[in-house]
Design a protein around this ligand. Structure first.
Ligand code: UD1
Length: 419
């Protein structure tokens, strides 16, 4: 099992080109399955989750190959309708293949996505929405067997009781080739949903309202292929900015999606860091010690503060001047990284969904274990500002979402290696 060894104390300085977004690439790869001809995806991040998605595509008979950051998906020979349990368990997001397979083949068999490090992640909203679209769903021994009643699913009016990203994506994927109109009320407004819709529109889909809470989809009989560039990763941006806030330094992030990163940037500015933006770049300067964030940091669906950036910002704030308060409103178990941060000397108290972070003078390096993707990134963030050496194990979690993190950190002057 590989590990990261990080020697803290170096300032981070330099330029970094951001990777394409994981959370955008995965549903778009699933969406390619809906098309009758080849799709070419540029800016596809090289991540273990992306490779897991490509294994699902290949298993179903869609040829998926990579050349650098370009993925070519040929869905013309699609033959399978069943995703084996082992592939489903490789990543939680495999559930978005459900809507796409129903949209193209009218049937699919998947499994309940495996246990997740963020606590139980039910799929009840996905299933009840698809049922509304005339999909017959049976659950047997952990397998979910779905079949549309006629040839195609039927459009429906769906009101989500929470703007779930995955459920919104699954409904869109099923609806683009369904008969009639689908309306999603209280839809998720995450930028990655807009990127998915932009891709689908290029393939011929009729979708409006994405980015707002009411999305309208008029089903088409079939979709063609297209070329598309995956949007930049706003959570990777938040991560490298948090690392620089923690370690001190000056960085320029290129290929940034600036308006979409704004909910994070507006909180980061409260730490006293200088943040300047252009159309596609973020420049940030951080002094030796940042300030605590005055307002409570509440994670919320977009355009609120992103839950995926909670852990990395918390790591940076462990050594801030003053006390910061977090409130996690999206996931039940999203403070698992706090134990590692406390082991490194942080002063954090967790009470239900609230975490109170009292800034300490310094952290100390320690052996820690990545608990989940963003929690693992938070440990790297803390390690870069800590005195001494931190050894981070279970970095397979980090590789799910960050492309060669150690290379990016090294390029900025950080002392981090993979062993
Ligand atoms: C996506 C992102 C993830 C991000 C999350 C919230 C991808 C691949 N992953 O995950 O990085 O942290 O959005 O921004 O894009 N829920 C239910 N029933 C359901 C569906 C969801 O109760 O049927 C709950 C979940 O348990 C969670 C909340 O709703 O508490 C939000 O989940 P959701 O928005 O669906 O997140 P994901 O799509 O899984």
């Amino acid at each position: 099992m590989q590990r990261f060894i990080v020697n803290g104390g170096n300032r981070l300085c330099g330029e970094l080109t951001l990777q394409g977004s994981k959370n955008s690439a995965l549903p778009i790869m699933a969406a390619a399955l809906l098309c009758s001809s080849e799709c070419v995806l540029h800016g596809c991040p090289r991540l273990t989750d992306v490779y897991a998605a490509s294994r699902i595509l290949n298993h179903l008979g869609c040829r998926c190959s990579f050349s650098g950051h370009t993925a070519v998906i040929d869905p013309s020979q699609l033959s399978g309708t069943e995703v084996p349990e082992k592939l489903m368990h490789e990543m939680r997001s495999s559930i978005i293949f459900m809507g796409a397979m129903l949209g193209r083949m009218g049937e699919c068999t998947v499994s309940v996505p495996g246990g997740c490090e963020l606590g139980p992640r039910p799929i009840d909203m996905h299933l009840s929405a698809l049922r509304k679209m005339d999909v017959d769903i049976r659950e047997r021994g952990g397998r979910i067997i779905c079949r549309v009643s006629g040839k195609r699913a039927h459009g429906a009016k769906i009101s989500l009781n929470f703007p779930s990203v995955g459920a919104t994506e699954n409904i869109i994927l099923c609806a683009v080739t369904a008969e009639g109109e689908t309306v999603i009320n209280n839809a998720a407004r995450e930028p990655e949903i807009c990127d998915l819709c932009a891709f689908l529109r290029k393939c011929g889909a009729d979708i409006s309202g994405d980015g707002e809470s009411r999305i309208v989809i008029r089903g088409k009989e079939s979709l063609g292929g297209c070329g598309h560039t995956i949007m930049p990763d706003r959570i990777a941006a938040a991560t490298y900015l948090s690392m620089t806030a923690a370690a001190g330094g000056e960085i320029i992030l290129k290929n940034a999606c600036v308006p979409e990163t704004e909910p994070f940037l507006s909180v980061l500015e409260q730490t006293g860091c200088g943040v300047y933006t252009t159309a596609d770049r973020i420049y940030m300067r951080s002094g030796p010690r940042i300030k605590a964030v005055r307002d409570r940091i509440r994670t919320m669906p977009h355009p609120g503060f992103p839950t995926d950036a909670q852990a990395v910002l918390m790591a940076a704030l462990t050594t801030a001047e003053g006390t910061s308060v977090f409130e996690e409103n999206i996931f039940d178990c999203r403070y698992r990284h706090t134990d590692a941060l406390i082991k490194m000397g942080a002063d954090i108290q967790v009470l239900g969904k609230v975490a109170v972070v009292k800034g300490v003078e310094k952290l100390n390096g320690a052996p820690v274990e990545a608990t989940d993707l963003r929690g693992g990134a938070a440990m790297v963030c803390a390690a870069l500002s800590a005195e001494g050496t931190t050894e981070i194990s279970m970095i397979n979690h980090i590789d799910r979402g960050y492309e060669n993190m150690e290379e990016a950190v090294k390029a900025l002057g950080g002392d981090m290696i993979r062993v």
